[in-house]
Write a protein that binds this ligand. Structure first.
Ligand SMILES: Cc1ncc(COP(=O)(O)O)c(C=O)c1O
Length: 408
Protein backbone atom coordinates (compact mmCIF):
# COMPACT_ATOMS: atom_id res chain seq x y z
CA UNK A 1 0.00 0.00 0.00
CA UNK A 2 1.44 3.40 -0.88
CA UNK A 3 2.58 5.34 2.17
CA UNK A 4 0.22 8.25 1.46
CA UNK A 5 -2.83 5.94 1.65
CA UNK A 6 -1.55 4.35 4.84
CA UNK A 7 -1.29 7.80 6.36
CA UNK A 8 -4.94 8.43 5.59
CA UNK A 9 -6.05 5.18 7.19
CA UNK A 10 -4.01 5.19 10.36
CA UNK A 11 -5.09 7.90 12.77
CA UNK A 12 -2.24 10.12 13.82
CA UNK A 13 -1.41 10.99 17.37
CA UNK A 14 -2.53 14.58 16.96
CA UNK A 15 -5.88 13.64 15.40
CA UNK A 16 -8.83 14.55 17.62
CA UNK A 17 -10.39 11.13 16.86
CA UNK A 18 -7.21 9.28 17.86
CA UNK A 19 -6.88 11.21 21.08
CA UNK A 20 -10.54 10.68 22.04
CA UNK A 21 -10.28 6.93 21.39
CA UNK A 22 -7.07 6.76 23.43
CA UNK A 23 -8.66 8.69 26.32
CA UNK A 24 -11.69 6.39 26.33
CA UNK A 25 -9.51 3.28 26.31
CA UNK A 26 -7.62 4.59 29.30
CA UNK A 27 -10.92 4.87 31.22
CA UNK A 28 -11.37 1.12 30.70
CA UNK A 29 -7.86 0.38 31.93
CA UNK A 30 -7.00 2.84 34.72
CA UNK A 31 -3.81 2.60 36.77
CA UNK A 32 -3.82 0.53 39.96
CA UNK A 33 -5.17 2.52 42.94
CA UNK A 34 -2.43 4.11 45.04
CA UNK A 35 -1.64 2.72 48.45
CA UNK A 36 -2.75 6.06 49.95
CA UNK A 37 -6.08 6.21 48.12
CA UNK A 38 -8.82 7.03 50.66
CA UNK A 39 -11.42 5.35 48.50
CA UNK A 40 -9.59 2.05 48.05
CA UNK A 41 -7.62 1.72 51.24
CA UNK A 42 -10.66 2.36 53.44
CA UNK A 43 -12.41 -0.43 51.52
CA UNK A 44 -9.37 -2.69 52.00
CA UNK A 45 -9.63 -2.20 55.76
CA UNK A 46 -13.04 -3.84 55.54
CA UNK A 47 -12.31 -6.65 53.10
CA UNK A 48 -10.03 -7.63 50.21
CA UNK A 49 -12.88 -7.93 47.74
CA UNK A 50 -14.96 -4.85 48.62
CA UNK A 51 -15.26 -2.34 45.75
CA UNK A 52 -15.73 1.33 46.69
CA UNK A 53 -18.55 3.30 45.05
CA UNK A 54 -18.87 5.80 47.88
CA UNK A 55 -16.45 8.74 47.95
CA UNK A 56 -16.78 11.19 45.05
CA UNK A 57 -13.62 10.75 43.03
CA UNK A 58 -13.20 8.90 39.75
CA UNK A 59 -11.23 5.71 39.20
CA UNK A 60 -9.64 7.30 36.12
CA UNK A 61 -6.21 8.78 35.46
CA UNK A 62 -6.14 12.59 35.41
CA UNK A 63 -6.03 14.32 31.98
CA UNK A 64 -2.73 13.94 30.19
CA UNK A 65 -2.18 17.70 29.71
CA UNK A 66 -2.53 18.13 33.48
CA UNK A 67 -0.07 15.36 34.28
CA UNK A 68 2.36 16.69 31.64
CA UNK A 69 2.20 20.20 33.08
CA UNK A 70 2.92 18.94 36.61
CA UNK A 71 5.78 16.78 35.33
CA UNK A 72 7.25 19.77 33.53
CA UNK A 73 6.90 21.91 36.64
CA UNK A 74 8.78 19.29 38.65
CA UNK A 75 11.55 18.99 36.09
CA UNK A 76 12.44 22.58 36.83
CA UNK A 77 13.19 21.36 40.40
CA UNK A 78 12.70 24.78 41.99
CA UNK A 79 9.85 24.42 44.43
CA UNK A 80 10.02 27.65 46.36
CA UNK A 81 7.07 29.56 47.80
CA UNK A 82 4.51 30.04 45.07
CA UNK A 83 1.54 32.35 44.60
CA UNK A 84 -1.55 31.93 42.46
CA UNK A 85 -0.82 34.03 39.39
CA UNK A 86 -3.48 36.14 37.72
CA UNK A 87 -3.05 33.76 34.74
CA UNK A 88 -4.71 31.03 36.79
CA UNK A 89 -7.84 33.10 37.23
CA UNK A 90 -7.68 34.08 33.55
CA UNK A 91 -7.66 30.39 32.58
CA UNK A 92 -10.72 29.84 34.82
CA UNK A 93 -12.40 32.96 33.45
CA UNK A 94 -11.85 31.84 29.84
CA UNK A 95 -13.17 28.38 30.71
CA UNK A 96 -16.30 29.93 32.24
CA UNK A 97 -16.84 32.21 29.27
CA UNK A 98 -16.24 29.69 26.49
CA UNK A 99 -17.64 26.51 28.05
CA UNK A 100 -20.33 27.78 30.39
CA UNK A 101 -21.12 31.17 28.84
CA UNK A 102 -20.86 33.24 32.03
CA UNK A 103 -18.51 36.06 32.91
CA UNK A 104 -16.44 35.50 36.03
CA UNK A 105 -16.76 37.64 39.15
CA UNK A 106 -14.30 40.49 39.58
CA UNK A 107 -12.60 39.35 42.80
CA UNK A 108 -11.14 36.00 43.70
CA UNK A 109 -8.76 34.05 45.88
CA UNK A 110 -7.46 30.50 46.10
CA UNK A 111 -8.63 28.24 48.90
CA UNK A 112 -7.38 24.88 50.16
CA UNK A 113 -10.74 23.41 49.14
CA UNK A 114 -14.43 24.15 48.71
CA UNK A 115 -15.29 23.08 52.24
CA UNK A 116 -12.69 25.49 53.61
CA UNK A 117 -14.69 28.24 51.88
CA UNK A 118 -18.04 26.94 53.14
CA UNK A 119 -16.78 26.67 56.71
CA UNK A 120 -15.11 30.09 56.60
CA UNK A 121 -18.24 31.75 55.20
CA UNK A 122 -20.45 30.23 57.91
CA UNK A 123 -18.02 31.27 60.62
CA UNK A 124 -17.45 34.79 59.26
CA UNK A 125 -20.96 35.76 58.22
CA UNK A 126 -23.06 34.24 60.98
CA UNK A 127 -22.88 34.29 64.77
CA UNK A 128 -23.33 31.32 67.10
CA UNK A 129 -27.00 30.38 67.12
CA UNK A 130 -27.79 32.09 63.79
CA UNK A 131 -29.78 30.12 61.23
CA UNK A 132 -28.20 28.73 58.08
CA UNK A 133 -30.37 27.14 55.38
CA UNK A 134 -29.42 23.91 53.60
CA UNK A 135 -31.44 21.86 51.13
CA UNK A 136 -31.47 18.24 52.17
CA UNK A 137 -30.72 15.61 51.11
CA UNK A 138 -27.36 17.27 50.57
CA UNK A 139 -23.58 16.68 50.74
CA UNK A 140 -23.39 15.86 54.45
CA UNK A 141 -20.36 17.99 55.47
CA UNK A 142 -22.65 21.02 54.93
CA UNK A 143 -24.49 19.98 58.09
CA UNK A 144 -21.29 19.81 60.09
CA UNK A 145 -20.11 23.16 58.73
CA UNK A 146 -23.25 24.66 60.28
CA UNK A 147 -23.93 22.64 63.44
CA UNK A 148 -20.27 21.91 64.16
CA UNK A 149 -19.72 25.67 64.42
CA UNK A 150 -22.65 26.18 66.79
CA UNK A 151 -25.05 27.59 64.19
CA UNK A 152 -28.66 26.49 63.76
CA UNK A 153 -29.36 24.22 60.82
CA UNK A 154 -32.55 25.15 59.00
CA UNK A 155 -33.64 22.46 56.58
CA UNK A 156 -35.32 23.50 53.35
CA UNK A 157 -35.92 19.96 52.13
CA UNK A 158 -36.05 19.36 48.39
CA UNK A 159 -39.44 18.18 47.12
CA UNK A 160 -39.95 15.47 44.55
CA UNK A 161 -42.75 16.20 42.12
CA UNK A 162 -42.91 12.62 40.83
CA UNK A 163 -40.57 13.55 38.02
CA UNK A 164 -37.66 15.36 39.60
CA UNK A 165 -36.50 17.20 42.69
CA UNK A 166 -37.57 20.83 43.06
CA UNK A 167 -36.89 23.69 45.46
CA UNK A 168 -39.56 24.27 48.08
CA UNK A 169 -39.91 28.04 47.82
CA UNK A 170 -42.62 28.32 50.44
CA UNK A 171 -40.47 26.81 53.18
CA UNK A 172 -37.45 28.76 51.91
CA UNK A 173 -39.33 32.04 52.15
CA UNK A 174 -40.47 31.15 55.68
CA UNK A 175 -36.89 30.38 56.76
CA UNK A 176 -35.52 33.55 55.16
CA UNK A 177 -38.28 35.70 56.67
CA UNK A 178 -37.54 34.18 60.09
CA UNK A 179 -34.06 35.67 59.94
CA UNK A 180 -31.73 33.09 58.37
CA UNK A 181 -28.41 34.75 57.61
CA UNK A 182 -26.84 32.42 55.09
CA UNK A 183 -28.00 29.96 52.43
CA UNK A 184 -25.80 27.07 51.30
CA UNK A 185 -26.60 26.07 47.72
CA UNK A 186 -25.28 22.90 46.08
CA UNK A 187 -25.33 23.45 42.31
CA UNK A 188 -25.38 20.99 40.57
CA UNK A 189 -26.81 19.03 43.45
CA UNK A 190 -25.02 16.23 45.25
CA UNK A 191 -26.60 13.71 45.81
CA UNK A 192 -29.85 14.13 43.81
CA UNK A 193 -28.10 14.94 40.52
CA UNK A 194 -30.16 18.00 39.57
CA UNK A 195 -28.67 20.73 37.38
CA UNK A 196 -30.75 23.69 38.49
CA UNK A 197 -32.40 25.67 35.69
CA UNK A 198 -31.99 29.45 35.35
CA UNK A 199 -35.64 30.06 36.37
CA UNK A 200 -35.24 28.03 39.56
CA UNK A 201 -32.01 29.82 40.45
CA UNK A 202 -33.55 33.21 39.74
CA UNK A 203 -36.41 32.55 42.15
CA UNK A 204 -33.91 31.41 44.78
CA UNK A 205 -31.76 34.49 44.30
CA UNK A 206 -34.84 36.71 44.55
CA UNK A 207 -35.75 35.25 47.96
CA UNK A 208 -32.17 35.63 49.30
CA UNK A 209 -31.97 39.20 48.01
CA UNK A 210 -35.34 40.13 49.47
CA UNK A 211 -34.28 39.07 52.97
CA UNK A 212 -30.59 40.03 52.80
CA UNK A 213 -29.43 36.41 53.05
CA UNK A 214 -25.83 35.73 51.94
CA UNK A 215 -25.92 33.06 49.22
CA UNK A 216 -22.93 30.70 49.15
CA UNK A 217 -22.99 28.74 45.90
CA UNK A 218 -20.98 25.51 45.93
CA UNK A 219 -20.40 24.86 42.22
CA UNK A 220 -17.82 22.09 42.53
CA UNK A 221 -19.87 19.81 40.24
CA UNK A 222 -20.49 22.58 37.68
CA UNK A 223 -18.51 20.95 34.88
CA UNK A 224 -19.97 17.49 35.41
CA UNK A 225 -23.13 18.02 33.42
CA UNK A 226 -24.69 15.46 31.12
CA UNK A 227 -25.57 16.11 27.51
CA UNK A 228 -28.96 17.80 27.18
CA UNK A 229 -28.50 19.88 30.35
CA UNK A 230 -26.87 23.24 30.85
CA UNK A 231 -25.14 24.35 34.00
CA UNK A 232 -26.05 27.90 34.98
CA UNK A 233 -23.75 29.35 37.63
CA UNK A 234 -25.74 31.32 40.20
CA UNK A 235 -23.95 34.40 38.94
CA UNK A 236 -25.46 33.70 35.49
CA UNK A 237 -28.90 34.92 36.60
CA UNK A 238 -29.79 38.44 37.70
CA UNK A 239 -27.92 38.81 40.99
CA UNK A 240 -28.01 42.59 41.33
CA UNK A 241 -28.24 43.49 45.00
CA UNK A 242 -27.50 39.93 46.14
CA UNK A 243 -24.57 39.09 48.42
CA UNK A 244 -23.06 36.11 46.62
CA UNK A 245 -19.97 33.99 47.17
CA UNK A 246 -19.19 31.35 44.54
CA UNK A 247 -16.97 28.37 45.28
CA UNK A 248 -15.60 26.61 42.21
CA UNK A 249 -13.01 23.90 41.81
CA UNK A 250 -11.14 21.93 39.17
CA UNK A 251 -10.73 18.96 41.50
CA UNK A 252 -13.99 17.12 40.72
CA UNK A 253 -14.11 18.07 37.03
CA UNK A 254 -10.63 16.76 36.25
CA UNK A 255 -10.33 14.18 39.01
CA UNK A 256 -7.51 15.83 40.93
CA UNK A 257 -8.89 16.02 44.50
CA UNK A 258 -5.52 14.76 45.73
CA UNK A 259 -4.30 18.21 44.69
CA UNK A 260 -6.82 20.06 46.83
CA UNK A 261 -7.88 23.59 45.95
CA UNK A 262 -10.84 25.79 45.15
CA UNK A 263 -11.47 29.25 43.76
CA UNK A 264 -13.61 31.66 45.76
CA UNK A 265 -15.05 34.48 43.69
CA UNK A 266 -17.43 37.37 44.20
CA UNK A 267 -18.25 40.78 42.82
CA UNK A 268 -18.19 42.01 46.40
CA UNK A 269 -14.55 42.75 47.11
CA UNK A 270 -15.09 42.82 50.86
CA UNK A 271 -16.29 39.19 50.87
CA UNK A 272 -13.11 37.99 49.15
CA UNK A 273 -10.93 40.17 51.37
CA UNK A 274 -12.62 38.79 54.48
CA UNK A 275 -12.22 35.18 53.31
CA UNK A 276 -8.59 35.79 52.36
CA UNK A 277 -7.88 37.37 55.77
CA UNK A 278 -9.40 34.35 57.49
CA UNK A 279 -7.21 31.99 55.44
CA UNK A 280 -4.21 34.08 56.43
CA UNK A 281 -5.14 34.02 60.11
CA UNK A 282 -5.41 30.23 60.18
CA UNK A 283 -2.27 29.75 58.09
CA UNK A 284 -4.14 28.33 55.10
CA UNK A 285 -3.09 30.97 52.57
CA UNK A 286 0.01 29.25 51.22
CA UNK A 287 -0.19 27.58 47.83
CA UNK A 288 0.98 24.24 46.50
CA UNK A 289 2.98 24.87 43.31
CA UNK A 290 1.93 21.58 41.70
CA UNK A 291 -1.75 22.21 42.43
CA UNK A 292 -1.65 25.66 40.83
CA UNK A 293 0.05 24.23 37.75
CA UNK A 294 -2.49 21.40 37.52
CA UNK A 295 -5.51 23.70 37.87
CA UNK A 296 -4.30 26.13 35.20
CA UNK A 297 -3.45 23.28 32.80
CA UNK A 298 -6.85 21.68 33.42
CA UNK A 299 -8.77 24.85 32.55
CA UNK A 300 -6.58 25.51 29.51
CA UNK A 301 -6.37 21.99 28.06
CA UNK A 302 -8.76 19.65 29.86
CA UNK A 303 -11.90 20.08 27.73
CA UNK A 304 -11.33 17.05 25.52
CA UNK A 305 -10.75 14.75 28.49
CA UNK A 306 -13.81 16.13 30.26
CA UNK A 307 -16.03 15.56 27.20
CA UNK A 308 -14.74 12.00 26.91
CA UNK A 309 -15.25 11.23 30.60
CA UNK A 310 -18.78 12.63 30.55
CA UNK A 311 -19.75 10.44 27.63
CA UNK A 312 -18.13 7.42 29.33
CA UNK A 313 -20.14 8.13 32.50
CA UNK A 314 -23.33 8.48 30.41
CA UNK A 315 -22.62 4.99 28.97
CA UNK A 316 -22.19 3.64 32.48
CA UNK A 317 -25.46 5.23 33.53
CA UNK A 318 -27.30 3.57 30.63
CA UNK A 319 -25.78 0.20 31.55
CA UNK A 320 -26.75 0.51 35.23
CA UNK A 321 -30.31 1.55 34.35
CA UNK A 322 -30.71 -1.34 31.93
CA UNK A 323 -29.62 -3.82 34.61
CA UNK A 324 -31.97 -2.32 37.24
CA UNK A 325 -34.83 -2.32 34.69
CA UNK A 326 -34.17 -5.96 33.82
CA UNK A 327 -34.35 -6.79 37.53
CA UNK A 328 -37.88 -5.33 37.72
CA UNK A 329 -37.17 -3.97 41.17
CA UNK A 330 -39.44 -1.46 42.92
CA UNK A 331 -36.54 0.98 42.76
CA UNK A 332 -36.19 4.27 40.89
CA UNK A 333 -32.95 5.87 39.76
CA UNK A 334 -33.10 9.67 39.55
CA UNK A 335 -32.26 11.18 36.14
CA UNK A 336 -28.55 11.95 36.16
CA UNK A 337 -28.49 15.57 35.00
CA UNK A 338 -25.11 16.25 36.60
CA UNK A 339 -22.39 14.71 38.80
CA UNK A 340 -21.42 11.03 38.48
CA UNK A 341 -23.41 10.00 41.53
CA UNK A 342 -26.54 7.95 40.98
CA UNK A 343 -29.32 8.57 43.50
CA UNK A 344 -31.31 5.39 43.90
CA UNK A 345 -34.73 5.52 45.54
CA UNK A 346 -35.27 2.23 47.38
CA UNK A 347 -38.07 3.48 49.64
CA UNK A 348 -40.54 0.96 48.20
CA UNK A 349 -38.06 -1.77 49.05
CA UNK A 350 -37.04 -0.59 52.51
CA UNK A 351 -36.83 2.60 54.48
CA UNK A 352 -33.80 1.23 56.31
CA UNK A 353 -31.02 2.41 54.00
CA UNK A 354 -28.34 1.68 56.62
CA UNK A 355 -29.18 -2.02 56.53
CA UNK A 356 -29.45 -1.94 52.71
CA UNK A 357 -25.98 -0.42 52.48
CA UNK A 358 -24.58 -2.99 54.91
CA UNK A 359 -26.19 -5.88 53.01
CA UNK A 360 -24.75 -4.68 49.69
CA UNK A 361 -21.36 -4.26 51.32
CA UNK A 362 -21.43 -7.78 52.69
CA UNK A 363 -23.20 -9.69 49.95
CA UNK A 364 -22.48 -7.71 46.76
CA UNK A 365 -18.99 -6.48 47.62
CA UNK A 366 -20.16 -2.97 46.71
CA UNK A 367 -19.78 -0.02 49.07
CA UNK A 368 -22.43 2.62 48.39
CA UNK A 369 -23.52 5.47 50.66
CA UNK A 370 -26.75 5.27 52.67
CA UNK A 371 -29.11 8.11 51.81
CA UNK A 372 -29.96 9.07 55.39
CA UNK A 373 -26.41 10.35 55.75
CA UNK A 374 -27.43 13.28 53.51
CA UNK A 375 -30.12 14.45 55.92
CA UNK A 376 -33.89 14.41 55.84
CA UNK A 377 -35.40 13.15 52.62
CA UNK A 378 -32.45 10.81 52.09
CA UNK A 379 -33.92 7.87 54.01
CA UNK A 380 -34.45 4.74 51.92
CA UNK A 381 -32.02 5.92 49.25
CA UNK A 382 -28.53 4.87 48.16
CA UNK A 383 -25.85 6.88 46.36
CA UNK A 384 -23.58 5.11 43.90
CA UNK A 385 -20.50 6.58 42.24
CA UNK A 386 -20.41 5.31 38.64
CA UNK A 387 -17.15 6.99 37.52
CA UNK A 388 -15.27 3.70 37.20
CA UNK A 389 -14.39 1.26 34.40
CA UNK A 390 -17.52 0.00 32.72
CA UNK A 391 -16.87 -3.73 33.14
CA UNK A 392 -16.51 -3.24 36.89
CA UNK A 393 -19.63 -1.06 37.11
CA UNK A 394 -21.63 -3.65 35.16
CA UNK A 395 -20.43 -6.57 37.29
CA UNK A 396 -21.03 -4.64 40.54
CA UNK A 397 -24.53 -3.61 39.40
CA UNK A 398 -25.36 -7.23 38.57
CA UNK A 399 -24.39 -8.23 42.09
CA UNK A 400 -26.31 -5.28 43.61
CA UNK A 401 -29.48 -6.10 41.65
CA UNK A 402 -29.26 -9.77 42.67
CA UNK A 403 -29.04 -8.85 46.37
CA UNK A 404 -31.87 -6.29 46.11
CA UNK A 405 -34.03 -8.88 44.31
CA UNK A 406 -33.37 -11.26 47.12
CA UNK A 407 -34.39 -8.64 49.69
CA UNK A 408 -37.54 -7.54 47.82
C1 LIG B 1 -20.97 19.42 46.88
C2 LIG B 1 -19.56 19.21 47.35
N1 LIG B 1 -18.90 20.24 47.92
C3 LIG B 1 -17.64 20.12 48.36
C4 LIG B 1 -16.96 18.92 48.24
C5 LIG B 1 -15.57 18.81 48.78
O1 LIG B 1 -14.78 19.77 48.23
P1 LIG B 1 -13.30 20.00 48.76
O2 LIG B 1 -12.64 18.65 48.74
O3 LIG B 1 -12.70 20.96 47.77
O4 LIG B 1 -13.42 20.57 50.12
C6 LIG B 1 -17.61 17.82 47.64
C7 LIG B 1 -16.92 16.53 47.51
O5 LIG B 1 -17.51 15.51 47.26
C8 LIG B 1 -18.93 17.97 47.18
O6 LIG B 1 -19.60 16.98 46.59
Amino acid sequence: MPLAVLHLLVPKKHDRYYRTVMIRTSFDLPPEPNSDSVKWQFARRISDSLEPYWVADMDFAAPEPVVDAVRKRLENRLLGYTFAREELYTSFAEWLETRIGTRPASHWCMLPGVMAGVRAAVSLYTRPGDSVIVQTPVYFPFMDAVEGQGRTLVVNELRHDGNRYRFDFESLETAAAAGARLFLLCSPHNPVGRVWAAEELQQLVDVCRRYGVLLVSDEIHGDLVMSGYRFVPTRGVDCRGLRLLTLSSATKSFNIPGLPSAIASSDDESIIRTIRDRMHRIGADTQNALTLTAVEAAYRSGAEWLDAVLSYIADNERAVRALFDAGRLPVRIEPLEGTYLLWIDCTRLSSDDVTLRAELQKRADAWLVEGSKFGSGGEGHLRMNIAAPKDRIVAATERIVAVLEDIS
